[in-house]
Design a protein around this ligand. Structure first.
Ligand code: MOS
Length: 709
């Protein structure tokens, strides 16, 4: 990575304050370093697994070794005979919980095993080593049933869901796609496939729970690695029939999540059960090998895209059909056909999801659910159409810019996709590109460039926040926001400082604890916008009201917003080399240009964009999971076999730029959210570049040597 690369934020990476400290870094947009950066560097920042209350015991889950069936016998004799053994929780003795809305949390309640890796017991001991040894010594017998873990596009279980993830309609239709396709001058009809993908945050899921009984009843405190302590608190309160005031969940520092910490996960339920059962604080740290089975995955998708265009390249038909799987535990439908409802003008359009409930672990959110896989297929298909038309792929996209959001007819609050494409083309040197595929050779290498568009919705949720003026002239802002490594804490301090008219050093910000004012989770790239509005409003009210404390709730403000289609847009450019001997594809250059409203911290924004694009690089070239049809389990369950891009995988020339975008229809703070858009479109840019390099269309991700060679 090029650290001297200056992102095209209007002020550069340091913002108006400058890197030399010549002026105070007070203004929103400045590249203020992470407030907790030093704490993380020296190790004093504590993550969920690092809370060890006096008397803490350790829990180790036991994963099911069958893909579908019923527990018929449990023998914990050997495990319980170990020195330091405290308990083995199973469905026979675990505390009963209220049936959860999210059935993935309904652990140790009955003998049914819905998929391999489902937690069927929890060993509890004085030390983590003993708990692990116990977990391995628990003998469980099953009555196995035949399982089905393979999705395909004529699977008999396929049905059309009413809703896909995020509340998106399962299907949409506008105009007559079939007749437009039949009449089109040019058509593309292609199938793309993406395997299951795993989030694999650096910090595996962990929780320490402490259940105490007092004169006022039970009280539960949990330190959990989560993207939102408020929803975890509410869930635990419901499961254990406690008043929310009797439950506290702390998620002060979180080592990433990418969506798989966006909902409560079974480990925190197990920790709470074990603490209640043993009367001790109990810590449950999931080994990485458990993550793929119980914390979600990006479901595999088979996507058929049909495009029709007139002689000038204007789209007459867009048809996006998505086939995916969910589990028998709960319905989660990766909403991959959704971005096609927003991207391009067309005479007719149809989008559809079909899903089958298989005996697989339950899929869930992974960075840009829907947009990441859906824009892979749509943007690769657009490239195929451009080749079919003999037209530059940027020109094709510019020609199909819509005046309003195609599916809804709503005006865009702002849309600078065309500017992103043009600015990216300028920075990348696109004008010099020879469009012919397979003609740039350097020794054994074939070299090519590709482009794809990117988009992500600007989502928003209501939040509360409190601001307080202290006698010493400082200000104390309190909100249960979560910083999953993005720098949210820092940005919120900047928002507060600007609203108060003070420097960030005068602001103390408390986040990551459910006893703080309620706030939505860090997800859907909506955190900073949602929390930022509440912090801005609380600080503004404090400054203008003259009182010493101000508390706000943005629910009414959020509901009163005018009806616009709000989305961030971007353009990603990639240059790749394909080794004609080994089949290895490597990145030579990667560039993203984004328009995402006001950028609130140049340094952190750059990291978010580059991080997202790196994840897109992984999706394109290295990351894949496979489900073993014999065992029903994921094969790649560690970071050796599931290859997340490392520093050696990213190119020297790796840049994120952004355009200034004033959008009056967002929030008073002005950002659209940037956590997810970087991954969107990136895999398509690589795929299109790989075609340009080799002249061969590779439509199944990732482009590993065994496929490309
Ligand atoms: Mo993100 S997948 O919405 O946490």
């Amino acid at each position: 990575m090029n650290d001297h690369e200056v992102p095209a934020g209007p002020e550069g990476p340091q913002g108006p304050g400058g890197p030399d400290g010549s002026a105070p870094l007070t203004v929103l947009g400045a590249g203020v370093p992470r407030l907790e950066g030093w704490d993380k560097t020296e190790g004093s920042a504590r993550y969920a697994a690092e809370w060890t209350p006096p008397g803490c015991a350790y829990g180790r889950p036991v994963p099911a070794t069958v893909a579908r069936g019923r527990i018929t016998g449990i023998d914990a004799t050997d495990a319980l005979a170990m020195e330091g053994a405290l308990a083995v929780l199973t469905h026979e003795n675990a505390p009963r919980i209220t049936e959860p809305d999210d059935a993935t949390l309904d652990v140790l309640q009955d003998e049914w095993v819905p998929h391999r890796g489902w937690h069927v017991a929890l060993a509890v001991a004085e030390t983590p080593e003993t708990a692990q040894a116990m977990a391995e010594a628990v003998r469980i017998e099953y009555a196995e049933e035949p399982h089905d873990v393979r999705i395909h596009d004529d699977h008999p279980g396929l049905y059309q869901p009413d809703e896909a993830n995020g509340g998106a309609a399962g299907a949409t239709s506008r105009g007559d796609v079939e007749s437009e396709l039949a009449a089109a001058h040019h058509t593309v009809d292609v199938l793309y496939a993406i395997p299951p993908l795993h989030n694999h945050p650096m910090e595996p899921h962990a929780a320490t729970a402490e259940w105490t009984e007092g004169p006022e009843g039970a009280r539960l405190v949990a330190h959990d690695s989560s993207q939102g302590a408020t929803p975890v608190r509410d869930t635990l309160a419901a499961l254990f029939s406690l008043d929310t005031a009797r439950v506290t969940v702390v998620s002060e520092h979180v080592g990433g999540g990418f969506g798989n910490k966006g909902t409560p996960r079974p480990h925190v339920v197990l920790a709470a059960m074990a603490s209640r059962h043993t009367g001790r604080p109990v810590k449950v740290v999931l080994p990485r090998r458990h993550l793929p089975f119980v914390t979600g995955h990006r479901a595999p998708t088979l996507q058929r895209v049909r495009l029709g265009a007139d002689a000038e390249g204007r789209l007459t038909a867009v048809d996006h059909d998505v086939v995916t799987h969910t589990s028998t535990v709960k319905e989660f439908v990766e909403q991959a056909a959704v971005p096609a409802r927003t991207m391009y003008a067309s005479t007719a359009s149809r989008t559809r999801h079909r899903v089958a409930a298989l005996d697989v672990p339950t899929p869930s959110w992974m960075r840009a659910p829907g947009e990441a896989p859906g824009m892979y297929a749509l943007e690769a298909a657009m490239d195929e159409l451009a080749v079919e038309l003999g037209m530059d792929p940027i020109e094709l996209r510019l020609r199909n810019e819509p005046d309003v959001e195609p599916q809804t007819g709503k005006p865009f609050s702002s849309r600078r996709l065309a500017d992103c494409l043009r600015e990216g083309a300028r920075l990348f040197g696109w004008a010099d590109r020879d469009p012919r595929p397979g003609v740039r050779r350097s020794g054994d290498l074939l070299i090519g460039t590709g482009v794809a568009a990117s988009t992500y919705p600007a989502l928003l949720a209501p939040s509360t926040a409190t601001a307080e003026a202290r006698d010493d002239g400082t200000f104390h802002v309190r909100i249960n926001a979560t910083d999953i490594g993005t720098g949210a804490r820092t940005v919120l301090a900047q928002v507060a400082a600007e609203a108060l008219g003070v420097g960030p050093q005068a602001v103390r910000i408390d986040i990551g604890n459910s006893d703080l004012p309620d706030a939505p989770l860090a997800g859907g790239s909506s955190g900073t916008a949602s929390w930022g509005w509440a912090v801005h409003a609380a600080c503004t009210e404090l400054r203008t009201s003259g009182s010493s404390v101000a508390t706000v709730d943005t629910t009414a403000d959020v509901q009163a917003r005018e009806d616009y289609a709000r989305h961030a847009f971007g353009a990603v450019f990639a240059e790749v080399q394909a080794d004609t001997v080994t089949g290895e594809v490597r990145t030579r250059r990667l560039l993203g240009v984004f328009a995402a409203g006001r950028i609130l911290n140049a340094r952190l924004a750059r990291s978010q964009f580059l991080g997202g694009m790196t994840m897109g690089l992984g999706m394109a070239l290295t990351e894949h999971s496979s489900i073993d049809r014999a065992t029903g389990g994921f094969v790649e369950t560690d970071l050796a076999s599931y290859h997340v891009p490392s520093c050696a995988d990213v190119p020297e020339q790796f840049e994120a730029h952004w355009l200034a975008e004033e959008d009056p229809h967002l929030t008073p703070v002005g950002g659209k959210g940037i956590g997810e858009i970087g991954i969107v479109g990136t895999a398509a840019a690589f795929t299109n570049a790989l075609h340009h390099a080799t002249g061969v269309r590779h439509r199944t991700l990732p482009h590993t040597p065994d496929r490309v060679g």
